[in-house]
Design a binder for this molecule. Structure first.
Ligand SMILES: Cc1cc2nc3c(=O)[nH]c(=O)nc-3n(C[C@H](O)[C@H](O)[C@H](O)COP(=O)(O)OP(=O)(O)OC[C@H]3O[C@@H](n4cnc5c(N)ncnc54)[C@H](O)[C@@H]3O)c2cc1C
Length: 380
């Protein structure tokens, strides 16, 4: 960990993604944000699918790139400089695939993972949150009841990224409402399963490229082979998925922060007031110096968390710290960039206006900032 240099493969991959971002993703991102989130546009997902980066963590034996978390974080930082919504789509795929990669049977792996590596984009969704169960997962009401060789599922999930366009949904439900954590079940639900219904599209302030919907499960019948992991292990599987995914949410924050910082830095050197660039005022340049430092600090936390994950070392606290730092710095950098850009930055369609809207979701998802603090505090 004392060596901060990227490997040659990682540097080449970052260059590859940066070129894709500059040439194809950034030019389309603003228009897709303006188009809103009612209809999912596959254009950007397809660009990533063509280079097998839509679910970069799928192991090579199932056709994926098999990237570790460190390298995946590098990719997500690059994507988030242009389109945090696209990074959220990729993260949803990673979350949906994670329980299958960690605990799926060979048959489940062979059935679901290769699709996520196809050149034609295949999306997956991770469905956990409910109306009364946000931070408090124990309040979950969606229920699976055993009926012969099947599970019969009823309930509703909310805020599900990719839920309306997913090939499969990785779903968490309870089998005993009085003991949600102990009885939790993780099910893989193919898109065409009768009883799976897509509800309302949630219209959001930011990350609009990531279409987010309600999902309804009405007498949905699934053979027991759709359960992932050994009975009683689903809560652990959920926590493992979160603990790993939080580092990646931190990387998205670093990417948004970097984009906002770079925009503001350039603007401050080109914008003249009182006959000189506004950058020569310490009120502006010191704010940028602060940001540059905080972005680097957040990136180092992301890298450390991923490094621990990739070595299967104890990563829970580091991952929560990475998520907390990444979401904080994204909001701070976007707000500071808006300040530096003056009135112009407040106009609809301006890049920093979008960065601020995109950044604001990060303290809310994958466990709110308070949830990260509770995790960290519990381990101090
Ligand atoms: C754009 C978007 C995409 C999402 N994508 C997905 C997805 O793909 N799949 C999915 O399952 N979910 C998804 N979510 C849901 C997200 O994970 C939840 O919104 C989040 O877990 C918070 O739950 P909540 O909204 O019910 O807030 P609540 O849990 O009601 O929290 C509200 C406030 O109370 C605070 N709070 C609650 N409990 C405590 C406590 N004990 N101590 C201190 N403070 C507390 C919280 O920090 C927060 O500030 C998404 C949400 C959004 C907005």
């Amino acid at each position: 960990m004392a060596d901060f240099a990227l490997t040659r493969e990682q540097s080449l991959l970052v260059e590859e993604v940066r070129a894709l971002v500059q040439e194809k993703i950034a030019p389309a991102a603003r228009e897709l944000d303006c188009a809103g989130d009612e209809r999912f546009d596959f254009t950007l997902a397809e660009l990533l699918a063509r280079v097998n980066l839509l679910t970069p963590t799928v192991p090579q034996e199932y056709g994926g790139r098999g990237l570790d978390y460190f390298t995946t974080a590098l990719v997500l930082e690059e994507l988030s400089t242009a389109c945090a919504g696209l990074a959220a789509v990729v993260t949803a795929n990673i979350h949906a695939a994670s329980p299958i990669i960690l605990a799926g049977t060979p048959e489940q792996k062979n059935t679901y993972l290769p699709d996520l590596t196809q050149a034609s984009p295949h999306l997956a969704a991770f469905a956990l949150t409910e109306k009364s169960a946000g931070s408090d997962i124990g309040a979950m009401e969606s229920l699976a009841v055993a009926e012969g060789e099947d599970w019969l599922v009823n309930g509703a999930k909310d805020y599900v990224i990719n839920g309306g366009v997913a090939s499969f949904v990785t779903l968490f439900v309870a089998t005993n409402p009085r003991n949600v954590r102990g009885s939790m079940l993780c099910l893989v639900v193919p898109q065409d399963t009768p009883g799976l219904k897509v509800g309302a599209v949630r219209h959001k302030m930011g990350i609009r490229y990531a279409q987010t919907v309600q999902l309804l499960f009405e007498n949905l019948r699934l053979a027991k082979e759709h359960a992932i992991g050994i009975p009683g292990s689903a809560y652990l599987l959920l926590m493992q998925t979160f603990d790993r995914g939080r580092s990646l949410a931190g990387a998205i924050g670093v990417g948004i922060a970097r984009a906002a910082f770079e925009y503001a830095l350039q603007y401050s050197k080109e914008r003249y007031q009182f006959g000189r660039p506004i950058y020569v005022n310490q009120g502006v340049s010191f704010a940028l110096a602060e940001l540059a430092t905080r972005i680097e600090a957040a990136r180092m936390l992301v890298w450390k968390a991923c490094w621990l994950i990739d070595r299967e070392l104890d990563y829970t606290m580091a991952s929560s710290m990475a998520k907390l730092a990444g979401s904080r710095v994204a909001v701070e950098a976007a707000a500071a960039a808006m300040e530096i850009c003056g009135g112009e930055g407040y106009l609809q369609g301006h890049p920093v206006e979008r960065y601020l809207r995109d950044a604001r979701v990060l303290p809310l998802i994958e466990g709110t900032d308070n949830v990260q603090k509770a995790v960290i505090a519990s381990l101090l």
